[in-house]
Design a protein around this ligand. Sequence first.
Ligand SMILES: Nc1ncnc2c1ncn2[C@@H]1O[C@H](COP(=O)(O)OP(=O)(O)O)[C@@H](O)[C@H]1O
Ligand SMILES: [Mg+2]
Length: 1011
Amino acid sequence: MGVFEDGSAGSRPETVGIGGDLSQTLQLPGLQGLAGELESVRFATILFADLVGSTKLISALDPEDARDLLDGSIALIQQAIHDFDGLVVRVQGDGVMAVFGVHPAATDHALRGALAARQIVDRMRKGALGLLPSPQARVGLHAGPILLRRQDNDFGSIVDVVGHAAHLAGRIEQLAPPGSVAISSSTVSLIAEPCGLRTLGSVAAGGNDQAGDDQGEAVFELLSVEFAGGDQVPVKGNATYPIVGRDGLLKRVRALVDSLPDVDASAARSGPALAIVGEAGMGKSRLLLEASRQAAGLGVTFVVLRGNALMAAVPFGCLAPTVRHLTELLRPFCPDPASAAQFTPEQAACLQGFVANSGDWLPHVAPGDRNNIAAQTIVGIVQLAVANIPLLLLIDDMQYVDKETRSVLAAIRAATRLGMIATGRPEAALRLASLCENMAHLAPLAPSSARELVALISRSSPLDATVVTNILHRSGGLPLALQEFAVTAQAAPESVRLPARLENLLAERLASLDGDATRLCQFCSTLGPAFPASRLRKGAGLICRNPAVAIARLVEARVIETTYADHVRFTHQLVQEAAYRTMARRRRTAMHSRALELLDPTAPDAEQASHAELATHAEKAGLLQRALGHLWDACEQALGLAALGSVLVLYRRARVVAGGLPADVAAFETARFSLLAFDTLQQLSLEQETRADIRAIATGSVQMRPALQTVARINMALLDWIDGAPVAASAWLAQAEADLATRDSLPRRTYADVVGAYIAFSRARPGEAIARIERLGARLVDGMRAATFGAVVVIPHVLARSFGAWYLVDLGETARARSWIAEALNLSRRHRHNYSRLLANLAHGYLLYRQGRSAHALTVLRRAYADCLRHRFHGFEPASVSWLALSLIDQGLLDEADTVLMESAQRGHYRTVRTAATYYFHEARTRLALAQGNLAQAELAASEALEHCRDCGEAMHELHALVLREEVRVASGRAPPDDHAEALASLGGLIGSLGIAVLAKRLARLQEHMA
Ligand SMILES: Nc1ncnc2c1ncn2[C@@H]1O[C@H](COP(=O)(O)OP(=O)(O)O)[C@@H](O)[C@H]1O
Ligand SMILES: [Mg+2]
């Protein structure tokens, strides 16, 4: 297992002789790009590759074919080298020499070299050249110090690679059997990932190779590198010195990782999880890197999930790369995970969508809840993985993980024995706590550890004691600050002048870049803390006079660095933030337009980017209309995913963006978005946020198509009904129905009838409510219509049936109620629509409760309430919690009833739902108080129930509240008021005439009691 602690760990220092054993030459196209690397000693990995028996092959082939064979092989080798960011230094005949870790200055050069080497021999063996007989390659690897020198000659400039290490690499290569890779032991020790090895012999450091000589460097055949490549998300790892001062936490991490191989994957319990919270630069990512190394050492496979600010509003934006990695990992165990996990066709399509990185999987499931499918799919994949391998999930920067991904994480945690370590800044502490049972807070390093860290960094030439004191003082124990100050001081030991704060230091470092590099750095900062390398290359091409030099400068100045999977990132997010912050406004605008240009989906060869990301660039580039266009697409995509949180975020962003446009345009734009987002906002009980926009369309002050105006009018009716103004709601509905009289439409009529039913019931017109629902159902009986209009008419129908079932229960028509509930449950399941399914379940629970089957009701309502909270359907929370509480009280589970009611009261959603649902909240509180024998509290709550109904125009539930008050009065034994008998009689008359069976029964019981 590699240590990685120090670039030179495990290797013997070699004398660097200029013009020594080896002088390799090659003209590089990007020679200038190496300016910063030249004439400096580098610790790098050298790779030699040769074709085996090529002379023999060539003599057997005709010259044309021989050339193809040679060219093809060399191209394949070069490609593999480039894939892992190596530099080809020399091509000579049928051999290639390359270096890793010079440009860009990656610290994982040994791993990169090893992966490239394996790729070369594997591809050759598989006959990737398409030539027969396929040639084989042998590859040698060795890491050590080298010197890059530039030499001018008559043909221009060339680069020399000088050093004994390069010479050794060539000799190691000679030990490799055909089709294999030979590697020195010191190079293996630099690789953190587990390697499959077989002893080959040794090479003497001095020069005379003697197999078995224990003085020499051992050489192995490198059979495999257990590095999950492909779309692997890299663990951030720019550390070439050991971690200090985190012993306790490292122990906990190790214990967690250690326990994973013994975990019984089939056990239903969730796996161990640890959260690490700390400010930026406190060492969170570093700890994850450490965890990944421990995992690799213990044979535990890890996958990484990284939060990304630009993806925070993209449903599953952070999850997709991780899912791709997981499927890669599974390949050896089950080539077809979808069938191994017994996926439904939808789940298989979902997986396919993640793997192909397309947001458009299952487009027909609209507005079906693709969210749910995604969660099941990913849980399935993780379960499959955990059954085959011990698995650790490392989550970095939780504060940027999107909502949808978070809910999937919770599902994974609940359903699988996967280990989890998650980090985040303090603002993500709550999220982390809800995911992981254990939590650690990262504190600044203790002075002794801080001193140790500075000493490690400046090991090669220790710093002056006063400088060290200075650094400790300025850093306040923040590892990132310690590191940056120490490196800076190191670079200029004679004339150290350190700025007072880390931010200033970063700003100064950025300020010292030249024009080209500064522009590139600023451009990169608009792309976020990490991005694909292709964007860097294309971006540099767009804005730099000399792209290669600019890129090299940024690497050299430790502004950016590369990672395994062809990604580039800022050396720390704070560097990115500093680069972005210090940009002048106009420059920022310009850079965002460049980014937009680069990511423009209509351009040929466009980089893949999400709509939300494009919207950000357009907005910051001042192209507000275009930003709104992208936001619209993003919003539609999020709607398709039933990603409620994202829709909300996007809608709010659209409002802000539109705010920058002229008032009339802005009004139109926000109105357009409000219509799109209305449904979602209603599910989140945030529908009143759209009121002004919807109203503008409904009244015609923002002009839209007549059909949209009708929809807006029905929306207004719904808004008013929810807001406790059913009479005003009726007026809006009348306008909408007048529209429909001239311009009929099945979806809009369906919608109007649903809303009309709600309003009618609230206004104590149960007959009208039921009639509307029947009418609506009759219109849809013709299955063709449902098929033509799809969910647009089916979902309102399901909602209407569920509400209708509730009304029928009150009217004593339980048989019909049951059949409506069955229909609603079936349809909502078929359409995978959580929202309407919740309502159908609620109606079911309510029916059972009213039938006195409260044990059964309890099961149904507990699940419904949990669903309601999980999906954040806040609008249904009051009904869910109230009916659950009523069933609990019936069952004598008063403490639980008390708890759920109290928790819900604290969340406070009942305040924004000014309908019957809130009446039930008060009724539940009343009954709880009665059951607890707290009569005063019961009276108070009962009067609040009545007040609520009167205040909100809930004529129907005012009757409930009156009966309830009477029940409380009787229970308290208080004498009735004078006109009591008459009042009760007229109440009874009204209840009887409306046919409210549930109330009639209770009233009769009361009268019996009084008689
Ligand atoms: N305990 C430590 N010992 C050594 N280096 C550390 C330690 N903690 C952090 N570092 C280094 O400090 C820098 C910032 O740490 P990082 O993990 O990126 O912080 P965060 O993820 O919390 O923002 C990194 O270069 C990291 O290698
Ligand atoms: Mg970090």
